[in-house]
Design a protein around this ligand. Structure first.
Ligand code: SF4
Length: 178
């Protein structure tokens, strides 16, 4: 059955490509392991959810596109122990902490690696993305397939951008109707 695009908050969302977008993840990681500069494609994976959220489409990337989300969904559908997720994941501070640790280490890594050139930078981005993917897969196997998505730093960032934009919209609407 052909998937349809929908309109959310006045913005058109594309039909989901998550049936197959996991292939992008696998091909990219495989190719980048052979040719490190290709690891820089990881920046596209990082910035796409942010750009989409800034465009007003909220978490359309998570729901319709994300290759990693697609990959963990597929793997988790094959092997999944269905354990209860750790209580830690429910804590309010956990997501910001994980976000801070991951983004902080990414920033430090960039500072250290950028002077060493494209090859080293591509490889570092690849290692960072592969580490996140391995964590996502382990979470998906142990708990629910898309468990990682409840704590993922990029999902957290795009969710915050969406909330910020919604708040802004509500405030502007109030100002107009006041
Ligand atoms: S939460 Fe993260 S891994 Fe999950 S779909 Fe969104 S960007 Fe992808």
């Amino acid at each position: 059955m052909r998937k349809k695009s929908i309109t959310v908050g006045g913005k058109k969302w594309i039909p989901s490509i998550q049936d197959w977008s996991w292939i992008i993840s696998v091909l990219w990681m495989t190719a980048a392991n052979f040719w490190h500069p290709f690891g820089l494609f990881g920046f596209v994976c990082m910035f796409t959810p942010i750009i989409i959220a800034i465009s007003g489409r909220g978490k359309m990337h998570c729901a319709r596109i994300c290759p990693r989300g697609s990959l963990i969904g597929k793997i988790g559908a094959i092997v999944n122990f269905g354990l209860n997720r750790p209580k830690l994941y429910y804590k309010k501070w956990f997501r910001p902490l994980l976000w801070g640790v991951m983004m902080g280490s990414f920033a430090v890594m960039l500072i250290l690696v950028v002077p060493r050139g494209i090859d080293a930078l591509g490889f570092a981005v690849l290692i960072f993305m592969e580490t996140a993917t391995v964590l996502a897969i382990i979470n998906g196997i142990l708990f629910t397939p898309r468990q990682w998505c409840t704590i993922c730093p990029m999902g957290f960032t795009s969710g915050n951008i969406r909330s910020f934009k919604q708040k802004l919209l509500r405030r502007n609407t109030k100002d107009v109707t006041a």
